[in-house]
Design a protein around this ligand. Structure first.
Ligand code: ATP
Ligand code: MG
Length: 884
């Protein structure tokens, strides 16, 4: 039975999916615009790794940087909070992944409505018992107190006043304000039993379910607060927490959708829930982490060693690790992910769309992790053996960190394995090594700036200014300058020799976006000329033309003529259109689990990153190339249409990961072959692309492959270059292109026969001298001893020679040296009788190798060494005699 079926058996309760809908519908009935959850990947926000609240993706609307589509908005936002990771499985109310319900006002309604509606929703729509609900307010927020007390009718002693830490929302300078939370009393059985236990206690009895933030002040950063002109409402309520209260269950792990997932974990591990605390924690950790991982991958995040990718890797590995602890054998995460997808695909259709990809990524990463564990255990065994030898009891922090950082071996696992054998880890040392690495990473991050330009210049521009793009059908336009900057500040005018940025109201210049490089060209006003080197998008829907005044001057308000460089644009269009054909061909050849992971097109080439995890075979590459060229030859009409995002999805058009789409989207189709969401510029007919050629296919990052390709004239230039190289190569070997291969094979044969001739001459030479050399044995300490330098023989030659010499005398020790391209070769051999009588070739070499600047060792009957100092050979040979 699923959780919902069990619930229906007993009483009428709402499921997670139902509650989500009830909330959004309720606020829609209060004139809010329902918006889809934004991606977990923040858009244009470097301050945040992952979206962690409903308000995070709406920040530009709160700060006024962007105009919201409506002043009242409601969302159910996917959130990740890795800061809570240590709580997972241990508290009833924390997940690293959860959904946050929110209603937002951008300078529209304020405290009164926000409080009334939250109360109305909880008590009337959901039907929670009002006697179990307790509001909290900020210390001196009497306005909120009065609303709760006088308007809603809550008795004063039931309204709790909390200080800054709990009930004042603030993040450095900028908008901030008091909060009012709503707590639900889940009953004594969840309490800690202390006499002081009441609202605000850390235990699980009084659970915070809703937080209303009234952002009404501006903090100037020095602690001075002024009232904001535009007051905002930002609320957040955890959907899972609400469900746990409504369904009257112990924790968020017992609500219907998560219960089904949790049961699946138990089933795969053949364990029972609520039998053993430690087992339960592992079950809950797996249940939580697989939700995070599934949603993160569906938003285009790939496991890696940095940033978001690292968070994902850590969650997947932690889940896999707890799976091992529960005794699950083989990979299991993809099976669980399937349950997540089934449970949430109604609210999040991207889960179903990206299913193939999600499951493949999980399995790949899990396999990798299993290998890592096996490898790590081997390395740890070696470390442990060393410790045993030296009698150490504590593994150094550096070693533990190396295991963790280089081999990806989890530190808790290191600890556990060592502890079982009576060892421990220098945890301070480990933390120190970790800190050094984190600081380095942070420094690297801090250095990146905004869209390649100094952000602060553009932040000074009037936020209400916008630029309309008119360049799909025309490469020229007249407009007027609405803002101007130098490289460092806003300005009224720029003159010959100045670098700067021009902003106009209408432009035919395409700004870098969606992997397409921005246009180049010129802006003129009378005789004045501004050369546009790059075109970029600025926050708030503006386009910046970055470049240099080469003649005259430009002032604010000037009427200007904008002309895009035509050949640059057309070549870029060919590459962009080819990218669409390539994406489709790739999916046809490799499979629909292939996902675009990024692309870049400019006038010279196109680059397409994708995630199939495996290198393409030469055969696949050729197949893809020929499909694309076929579609070019078919002269397919390229058509663009603007439609609503829902209509567009219905047409089956491919959308991109991580892209924040507006209400209306542009769909580019090429005949019936390809259909993609795309704002870029394209050829009007695929025939315009003329030719397509893949230049390389290679790996660029964990799991990501890259195709570099050319189109049109680029392909012709490529073949011309190849032809020239071929001609020159032919000339160098005195042949012509058509006979080049025969000629090269001929040369290779010749080289081969010369080599073998050389070898046999060398050994003949050595053999000839063998007789002479053999006469040089001397008697030393009862051994037949021979030490000699042989000219121009390599180690192989020495070995052969010493083997032959060994047969000439009984009880012999032979030391041979040679120089070979500046390097020294040394060999010592002793026959069986000599070894029996105490000779040891290894010891001899150990003692004499340092004299030729080398080191070595070996067995009693044979040892060899290399060195760098030919001048020491004489001494080495003399010393050998003294060692017998
Ligand atoms: P807590 O103190 O319980 O961690 P919080 O103060 O961090 O909560 P907020 O930042 O105010 O929570 O987030 C708003 C709402 O989001 C909370 O009222 C709660 O319902 C929900 N929430 C916060 N963190 C989590 C989490 N880790 N898992 C599930 N829901 C959460
Ligand atoms: Mg918290």
């Amino acid at each position: 039975m699923t959780r919902l079926e069990i619930m229906e058996d007993t009483m009428e309760k709402y499921g997670v999916n139902e509650l989500r809908k009830m909330f959004l519908d309720f606020f829609e009935s209060k004139d809010h615009l329902k918006m889809k959850s934004f991606s977990l990947v923040p858009h244009n926000d470097k301050s945040l790794l992952l979206i962690n609240s409903g308000m995070a993706p709406l920040k530009p609307y709160f700060t006024g940087q962007e105009i919201p589509p409506r002043r009242r908005v409601t969302t159910c936002q996917k959130c990740i909070r890795t800061g809570d990771i240590e709580n997972i499985g241990k508290t009833a109310r924390h997940g690293t992944f959860f959904e946050m319900l929110g209603n937002f006002s951008f300078g529209d309604y304020f405290k009164t409505e926000a409080i009334h509606w939250s109360w109305e929703f909880l008590t009337e729509v959901v039907g929670l018992d009002a006697d179990r609900l307790y509001p909290s307010i900020y210390l001196d927020d009497d306005e909120a107190f009065d609303i709760w007390n006088k308007e809603i009718g809550i008795a004063p002693e039931r309204i709790f006043r909390f200080g800054k830490e709990d009930n004042f929302w603030e993040h450095g300078s900028g908008p901030c304000g008091p909060c009012s939370e709503i707590y639900y009393d889940r009953g004594e059985k969840y309490g800690c039993g202390k006499p002081t236990c009441t609202v605000g206690c850390d235990c699980d009895r009084y659970m915070e379910i809703w937080n209303n933030v009234f952002s009404q002040f501006d903090n100037d950063g020095k602690g001075n607060y002024s009232e904001l002109k535009q007051k905002n409402i930002d609320t957040g309520m955890g959907l899972e927490r609400l469900a746990s209260v409504v369904q009257d269950v112990d924790s968020i792990f017992d609500v219907d959708t998560i219960f089904d997932l949790r049961s699946r974990v138990c089933e795969l591990a053949s364990v029972e829930y609520e039998k053993d605390y430690k087992t339960d924690v592992s079950i809950r950790i797996i249940t939580d982490h697989i939700r995070s991982a599934t949603f993160m991958i569906s938003d285009g995040i790939m496991p890696s060693n940095e940033g978001r990718g690292y968070v994902l890797r850590r969650l997947i590995r932690r889940a896999a690790r707890h799976g091992r602890l529960l005794g699950i054998e083989g990979t299991f995460l993809a099976k669980l992910s399937q349950t997540v997808i089934d449970g949430s695909k109604d609210g999040y259709p991207e889960l179903e769309e990206k299913k193939d990809m999600i499951l493949t990524v999980l399995t790949e990463e899990e396999n990798k992790f299993n290998k890592t564990i096996d490898q790590g255990i081997n390395i740890l065994n070696d470390m442990q053996a060393e410790m045993e030898k030296s009698g150490e009891k504590i593994l150094s922090g550096d070693k533990a960190f190396k295991l963790y950082d280089t081999y990806g071996f989890p530190i808790d696992l290191t600890k556990e394995i060592l502890e079982e054998k009576g060892y421990s880890i220098d945890e301070d040392g480990f933390n120190q090594a970790m800190k050094v690495q984190k600081d380095n990473a942070r420094n690297r991050r801090a250095k990146t700036n905004y869209m390649g330009a100094d952000a602060t210049v553009y932040e000074q521009i009037d936020t209400s200014l916008t630029t309309e793009f008119v360049g799909y059908d025309s490469l020229t336009a007249k407009s007027s300058i609405t803002a101007l900057t130098t490289e460092t500040e806003l300005t009224q005018a720029i003159a010959e020799g100045d670098k700067g940025t021009i902003i106009v109201s209408e432009t035919p210049f395409y700004g870098t976006m969606g992997g397409q490089e921005g246009d180049k060209g010129v802006i003129t006003a009378g005789d004045s000329v501004f050369e546009v080197k790059d075109t970029i998008h600025l926050l708030g829907g503006k386009v910046g033309h970055i470049g240099l005044v080469t003649k005259g001057m430009f002032k604010l308000g000037d009427e200007v003529m904008l002309s895009v460089d035509k050949s640059n644009r057309l070549a870029t269009c060919k590459n962009h259109s080819a990218t669409h054909l390539l994406q489709k061909a790739l999916r046809q050849v490799v499979g629909t689990h292939v996902e675009q992971a990024g692309s870049f097109v400019d006038k010279d080439h196109l680059r397409f990153d994708f995630t199939p995890f495996k290198a393409l075979t030469q055969e696949e590459i050729e197949k893809i190339e020929s499909i694309v060229n076929e579609k070019i030859a078919e002269n397919l009409i390229v058509d663009t249409q603007i439609m609503t995002i829902d209509e567009a999805r219905k047409t089956g058009a491919m959308a991109l990961f991580n892209e924040k789409y507006g209400e209306k989207v542009r769909v580019v189709s090429m005949g019936d072959f390809s259909k993609e969401f795309c704002g870029g510029t394209h050829v009007s007919n695929t025939g315009d692309i003329r030719l397509f050629k893949i230049i390389s296919e290679s790996g660029v990052a964990a799991g990501v492959r890259r195709i570099d390709a050319l189109t049109g004239d680029g392909v012709i230039r490529y073949y011309n270059n190849l032809e020239n190289t071929l001609k020159e190569a032919a000339k160098a070997v005195k042949s012509d292109s058509s006979n080049l291969l025969d000629r090269i094979n001929g040369i290779l044969d010749e080289v081969k026969s010369l080599k073998s001739e050389n070898e046999s001459l060398k050994s003949k030479l050595a053999n000839n001298s063998l007789g002479d050399v053999a006469s040089e044995f001397k008697e030393v300490s009862g051994f037949n001893f021979l030490a000699k330098e042989i000219e121009s023989v390599d180690m192989n030659g020495l070995r052969n020679l010493s083997d032959d010499l060994k047969t000439k005398k009984e009880c012999c020790v032979i030391v041979l040296a040679s120089t070979d391209g500046g390097k020294v070769n040394l060999i010592v051999v002793a026959d069986d009788t000599a070894v029996k009588n105490g000779a040891h070739a290894g010891n001899i070499i150990k003692a004499i190798a340092p004299l030729v600047g080398g080191g070595g060792g070996g067995r009693p009957n044979m040892a060899q060494a290399g060195g760098k100092n030919p001048a020491g050979i004489k001494d080495a040979l003399e010393k050998a005699a003294t060692l017998l």
